[in-house]
Design a protein around this ligand. Structure first.
Ligand SMILES: [Ca+2]
Ligand SMILES: [Ca+2]
Length: 297
């Protein structure tokens, strides 16, 4: 997808008198659009077993998280400490690295003291998700009460939850925290965050014009280009995941063959072009192709 957006255009410059007049040309550089698309793939860091906090009154329960991380499922541990309704109600935030998108949330809760002497009917917790500014951006559903006879419960608390920005921290909170004097102790074990779809941000950057040796041309040098000069036109893209594999340039309305060569050490894809005779002004448009999304920008 393109959205012609003429950034700059260089008008013809009068040549000084010369025995062999050289026709001057101008190069127009066209910027392209930003596209936000859904559905993508990516790999994430999975961090587990964060150091949470210690306290004389908080003894961690050694429960192995029953959720296995995959390419599309992140797992974060809360460290095994308990939360209660009357005090010590939260754990975290633990660091996370979750991109914007739609996810399914699974929480694991435990109490190895079960079956206990008393019945605790609200052994439940939920989590809050925070952005990089430590602002809360979402809350999960609550785990169901851990039955008195059970020691571990795994629950899908959100079939689908959408994050519109990166989640960089997760805090586990007792369901009764700050609402009750009851204990209802429960140990948040871990959270599974399964990607259903990701918001991939794609962007096509402005066209660059180089000489044949990859020296970037200034606007003054662009005005000085002459018929027969060899140039390289290049375009790059930006993406929250994946990569760009080819580009196609249109110069003065003529679409050129697709190219895939990249400027050494960069992700810029370039085409080689020789300034023809009889042309005094150029408009260059570029499209770039995102491999994984299979989209032209
Ligand atoms: Ca219970
Ligand atoms: Ca308990």
């Amino acid at each position: 997808m393109e959205q012609p957006n003429l950034d700059q255009e260089f008008s013809t410059v009068n040549a000084t008198k010369s025995k062999f007049p050289i026709k001057k040309v101008a190069i127009g550089v066209v910027g392209l659009a930003v596209l936000v698309a859904g559905l993508g793939v990516g790999l994430y860091l999975v961090r587990q077993n964060q150091d949470i906090e210690s306290g004389a009154t908080r003894t961690p329960h050694d429960v192995t998280c029953p959720i296995t991380a995959t390419d599309t499922l992140q797992v974060y541990s809360f460290g095994g400490y308990g939360v209660r309704g009357d005090k010590e109600g939260t754990i975290g935030p633990i660091p996370s690295n979750i991109l914007p998108g739609e996810y399914k949330i699974t929480l694991v809760a435990a109490d190895l003291g079960h079956p206990g002497a008393d019945s605790q009917p609200n052994e439940s917790y939920y989590v809050k998700f925070y952005n990089a500014s430590n602002a809360e951006i979402a809350q999960s559903g609550k785990t169901p009460d851990l039955p008195d006879q059970d020691q571990v419960i795994t629950s899908v608390v959100n079939g689908s939850i959408t994050f519109n920005e990166n989640v960089t921290g997760i805090t586990a909170i007792h369901a009764d925290w700050q609402n009750s004097n009851s204990v209802n102790s429960i140990h948040p074990v871990c959270i599974g965050i399964e990607k259903l779809s990701e918001k991939v941000t794609l962007q096509c950057n402005n066209v660059k014009v180089y000489d044949k040796d990859f020296n970037l041309l200034t606007s003054g040098q662009l005005k000085s280009l002459s018929a027969g000069d060899q140039i390289k036109v290049a375009v790059s893209g930006g993406a929250s995941s994946g990569s760009f594999d080819k580009a196609q340039f249109t110069i003065n309305g003529v679409q050129r063959p697709e190219v895939s060569s990249k400027k050494s050490g960069t992700q810029e894809i370039y085409d080689e072009y020789t300034i023809p005779d009889g042309v005094t002004q150029f408009t260059i448009k570029a499209q770039i192709h995102h491999k994984e999304e299979n989209k032209w920008l």
